[in-house]
Design a protein around this ligand. Structure first.
Ligand code: GUN
Length: 291
């Protein structure tokens, strides 16, 4: 088994972007600028958002963190998005999900200008991706595809099983893996909570992407010998032996599965860092278009 080291590859990607920022600034342009909107105080969201802001700083991007209390009205949030859409000092922005229940995600996402939607969540970007047109590809699937590419994982003609059908990961991941390009050209199955014979389907996977949000759901008996396993899960599991009271675990039972597969991503240090690096990559793409 070989580890797909997302932490190391993300570092490579960030270093490449940092070089580009230096060149951009030397040519008299301002650095790329990403804004992040965080509503409320979901602990996991706060961690992710802080990591995104820090990642910007580390490679010379500008970043703005815009925080709102959980009781902000949808109308006020939409106004804030309008302001960011019009702000010429900004290349892209994201609204961290999930949002409080009284705010409708779809309405919020549709308000973001597609050219600034570096999360790639707007229906225009999703639609363009499904047609293979130039667009922002959402950061988690984009990061996974980049990881497969940098590890030169063969994908053509392979059976890729995507566990999970969310708009953020499973849906776009399936679209990317069936594209007529590399990485892609897979036969793709999307399995989810209502799928029957889940184990049999997983056992057919040459490439298995687990994005189902259940700790250690994928066990060794569900994985074909030699499969490539990508673990998207970041689950907090109570652990009294840890100072913070929890540990992070993926959707895959790493120990058991690692013995059977050819490649696997660890949690942490696999898909997570790639997601952040790919968001920076998208922000750079937005900034290049602005010049
Ligand atoms: N919540 C979990 N993942 C993401 C992401 O990639 N972008 C945003 N905006 N929210 C998220």
């Amino acid at each position: 088994m070989k580890l797909m080291d997302g932490k190391a590859i993300a570092k490579q990607l960030r270093e490449e972007l940092a070089v580009e920022v230096t060149e951009m600034v030397a040519q008299g342009h301002r650095p790329p600028h990403l804004a992040v909107i965080l509503v409320g105080n979901n602990a996991a969201s706060e961690t992710y958002v802080n990591a995104k802001v820090k990642a910007c700083k580390d490679i010379g991007f500008e970043s703005s963190l815009i925080q709102f209390p959980p009781e902000i009205t949808q109308e006020m949030l939409l106004h804030a998005i309008d302001d960011l859409n019009e702000n010429e000092d900004l290349d892209g922005f994201i609204v961290q999900l999930p949002l409080p229940n009284h705010i409708d995600d779809k309405t919020v996402i549709e308000r973001i200008l597609p050219s600034k939607d570096v999360d790639g969540f707007h229906p225009i970007n999703v639609g363009k991706m499904s047609l293979g047109l130039d667009c922002f590809i959402s950061a988690t699937p984009g990061g996974i595809v980049e990881l497969l590419k940098r590890y030169k994982i063969e994908t053509e003609g392979k059976h890729c099983v995507v566990l999970g059908r969310s708009n953020i990961v499973g849906g776009p991941m399936a679209m990317l893996m069936r594209r007529n390009t590399y990485p892609g050209n897979c036969t793709v199955t999307v399995a989810h909570s209502r799928t029957k014979n889940l184990k049999e389907i997983c056992l057919q996977a040459d490439i298995l992407v687990a994005a189902i949000g259940k700790p250690e759901f994928v066990t060794a008996d569900m994985v074909k010998e030699g499969a490539v396993v990508v673990d998207v899960g970041i689950n907090r599991v109570d652990d009294a032996t840890r100072e913070r009271g929890y540990r992070l675990t993926g959707d895959v039972d790493f120990k058991g599965v690692a013995e059977k597969c050819s490649y696997i991503t660890p949690v942490p240090g696999g898909v997570g860092p790639m997601t952040i690096a790919y968001l920076l990559n998208n922000t750079m793409i937005a900034a290049r278009k602005r010049k």
